[in-house]
Design a binder for this molecule. Sequence first.
Ligand SMILES: NC(=O)c1ccc[n+]([C@@H]2O[C@H](COP(=O)([O-])OP(=O)(O)OC[C@H]3O[C@@H](n4cnc5c(N)ncnc54)[C@H](OP(=O)(O)O)[C@@H]3O)[C@@H](O)[C@H]2O)c1
Length: 258
Amino acid sequence: MTQFITKIKIKKMNIGIIGTGSIGSTLAEKLSNAGHQIKVNNTQDFAELSNIAEQLGAKAATIEDVVKDVEAIILSIPFSAYKDLPKDLFRDVPQEVVIMDTSNYSPLRDGELAGLEGKTESEYISETLGRPVVKVFNMAWAYTLKHQSKAAGEKGRIAISIASDNDEHKRLAAELVDQIGFDSVDGGSLSLSWRQEPGTPAFCTELNVEELKEALNEADKGTAPAIRDYTIDQLMKADPPLSHEQAVALMRSGSSKI
Ligand SMILES: NC(=O)c1ccc[n+]([C@@H]2O[C@H](COP(=O)([O-])OP(=O)(O)OC[C@H]3O[C@@H](n4cnc5c(N)ncnc54)[C@H](OP(=O)(O)O)[C@@H]3O)[C@@H](O)[C@H]2O)c1
């Protein structure tokens, strides 16, 4: 697995974002601040969506329009919601449009999903959408993306893993990651993207490039689901809720509890 991605310099782009929750709203705001034209969609009525969009420096769009005339699309919705998106959503979207997916699967939250077994999360999502995706932004907390950006070269800059079967799409994702304040590491192909799924040492542990490369190499497919379920259970039952620092510490120590 190569571990550095040569970023491509990109012009200001039109980007569609589906989902304006913790992750989608953070990405919309940061990418808008970076100079891109952002369209967003969620499940709310158009008036409410327009209010949300305005606060993010974005434009509201219907689900059909959010994927039209864009160079990149970011999907940031619950894992179990992908199967309910319109079946022909990407039919007229050109192949060169980069489709990024931030999602993670948790059986506790998403239930059992037909067709997921034996695949990486991203392989399942690609199959569900009928289009290959880039797995990116899934292994960072929303808090991390919102509050822990650093300029390129600054000490302690956190790194994000990017997995895809398309190197050109990976390079564009790496450029966007850089523009919102993070380094990136090549997470390999979609079949290897289990290395950045929940329960792995790369997941929500806020590592720099060197640490993240090591974490991806150390990932253990066998124990990841048990670590994922343990850490989610701990997060859900914590009362009061864990602070961000405690949540990161939980993720870093998860493997020692299994
Ligand atoms: N939160 C984190 O720290 C974190 C970190 C890494 C990855 N992730 C992953 O990233 C994804 C998004 O997480 P999140 O925390 O941002 O979720 P969230 O806060 O629950 O927001 C989910 C968003 O998806 C929208 N949505 C749901 N179904 C939709 C549909 N059919 N069409 C359009 N929009 C739809 C919701 O719309 P409404 O606003 O109308 O309800 C909401 O805006 C999840 O898969 C999650 O596992 C989350």
